[in-house]
Design a protein around this ligand. Structure first.
Ligand SMILES: [Zn+2]
Length: 61
């Protein structure tokens, strides 16, 4: 299995549906992985509008 990043919310997962926002708009062409552990206290998470902890791609093509 290859990991894929959601084009909607940039969440990285292994399925064909994003577990974060339920979108099926996923891409295996992404770069820059950010691990969000504390969405409330992270400036990056706020900038990316991330509310759930997990792995996120910085750029999704
Ligand atoms: Zn998503």
């Amino acid at each position: 299995m290859t990991d894929k990043a959601c084009r909607e919310c940039h969440f990285i997962s292994y399925g064909s549906i994003c577990p974060n926002c339920k979108a099926t708009n996923l891409s295996d062409d992404f770069s820059g992985v950010v691990i969000i552990i504390d969405p409330e206290g992270s400036a990056i998470a706020r900038a990316m509008k991330v509310k759930q902890k997990g792995h996120y791609a910085l750029r999704v093509r």
